[in-house]
Design a protein around this ligand. Sequence first.
Ligand code: ME8
Length: 655
Amino acid sequence: MDNKKFYVTTPIYYPSDKLHIGHTYCTVATDVLARYHRLLGEDVMFLTGTDEHGQKIEEKAKEAGVTPQEFVDRIVEGPRGVRDLWKLMNISNDRFIRTTDDYHVKAIQYIFRKMHENGDIYKGAYKGKYCTPCESFWTESQLKDGCCPDCGRPVKDAEEEAYFFRLSKYADKIRDLLENTDFLEPRSRVHEMVKNFIDPGLEDLCVSRTSFSWGVPVDFDPGHVVYVWVDALSNYITALGYGNDRYDDYDKGWWPGVNIVGKEIVRFHSIIWPAMLMSLGEPAPKKCFGHGWLLLDGGKMSKSKGNVVDPYILAEQFGVDALRFFLMRTFPFGSDGNFSNELLIQTINTDLANDLGNLVSRTTAMAGKYFGGTLPTARSYDKEKDDELVSLVLGLREKYEDAMEHYAPHKALEEIFKVIQRANKYIDENMPWALAKDMEANGPRLASVLYHLLEATRICGILLTPFMPQRMEKLFEQIGAEENCRTWLSASMWAALDADVTVTKGENLFPRVDMDKALEELEAAVEAARQAESGVELEPQNPEKVDFDTFCKSDFRAVKVKACEAVKKSDKLLRFTLDDGTGTDRQILSGIHKWYEPETLVGKTLVAIVNLPPRKMMGLESNGMLISAVHKEKGEECLHLLIVDDAIPAGAKMC
Ligand code: ME8
């Protein structure tokens, strides 16, 4: 095996929005690729990180009342932040870059200076439109109905002294790169880029800003900060050591690498980024693959739309590997796909619990039941019954490799599951339970059947490892596959398992998920997370049922506050004199002084339960109780009296 170098990157996450399942999709896909190339025996460098500068982050930090650095530190390094999520999702990145890292900042200044010195960056005045959420400049002609063509939101007029990058100079070379090489994939994106950006004429790009300061300062012209995309895109080479001495891997065969990106940022990665590299005299990336979006109810997820799906909650509920698998199995990598919890649960149940889980548990259970866990070496091969399965299993690695090399992990999984389904059918065809009825006559045949099933499982397990590394480790333990039977090489070899292999029936690898129960639990987890985020804590609902007649005995009435005063010597109690519609004043004491000044309540219509037995407090009688809404916010108790419409007459019954 040669030690080819494979450098793969996922776009560095922009921490102004909540991390959601779409970001996770992109990073998991890149992780699967990285793990696949490691499985091939290649030297892999996998980079991810965070893109931490720009106006939007400056604004968000201001809203949050913290400095931009504090803001990004919290989101990147804080609890349930970016680093935590990638750790949870078992992302095997070798390096993590933050664009606020000193070495990166210095390298950006070097890159900007170099492009300025070679005449590709010049000073001018920028007049145009700017989309703050996307941190993108647009010309009038690029707008869609006057709005940002990427996100559809309104743009702002922008005019300031600025530096420009001579992007126009590279138009022909970029066209050539797009049209005449296989740099950009899927090919449909090539057409999109050429038609939308190259054909209308590439315009020079504004690459510095003076109206805010959260960015890399242009060192030869203080007051200018480098455009956030120039800063962010360069991470792919600064993280290898380009323009800095923190790392020295740039010239060691890692560059050019493969960039896996979402479709909305293909323009930056397939036009601006290669042009910057051309200006620096460096090679363009080997590949830019633009994957599709995960959609929710047909639209892109975003925090501002409130429709983000929290990967933490899904991973905690269904397991990291099941979630990783679902993302790669369900959505063809280059296209958009509709996410839903139901689809996730169905995929777990069909593919993992039914197909793969059953194959493993039936096979190991039968090996245990019929042979005490260790297969005897006497065998009986039945050409007619076995050939098809064996050749299908042996042909799998090639089909899988072809799919993975073409950035089609969903196809690779499709091939694996064809084999798994075939293996399950093989169990039904060979009916081991029938063979077991006469062990003396059928023992060798039964051992063969089980061995074939173990071999099929082993090879599928190897090829599934990049997708579900932790679960496959357990699977190998259960089927008795030692390290030497888990390699890429052994995935094309039949009979790599010892002939007298010992299996262990362990935990159920993929338990079946009860759809209704899981959906209910998800809803509760989402609500709890929402509360935790907002700091709101609600009293849990009482599961105990009250029968209707008992409920009806409670007499709730509208009551009007005639007078209200603080009770002497008490810091809590207020004394209410209420009109309850009976013509006789009612007195109720309520411990709510902490939340209300008594005079503010006079004249209000409240709700009280009026048939509680009288109670004495501080020597005064209370006849009933006022109804309030209570919750906790950031640990503090909050209370709001139920104040109802003044049009409701005193004494009206609530039912
Ligand atoms: O774009 N479905 O960062 P980002 C699939 N900082 N992928 C999605 C998605 C969805 N619903 N939503 C987001 C940035 N993504 C820049 C990158 S690189 C020099 C700078 C993907 O946090 C998105 O397409 O907005 C991108 O690939 C990644 O998540 C990070 O998005």
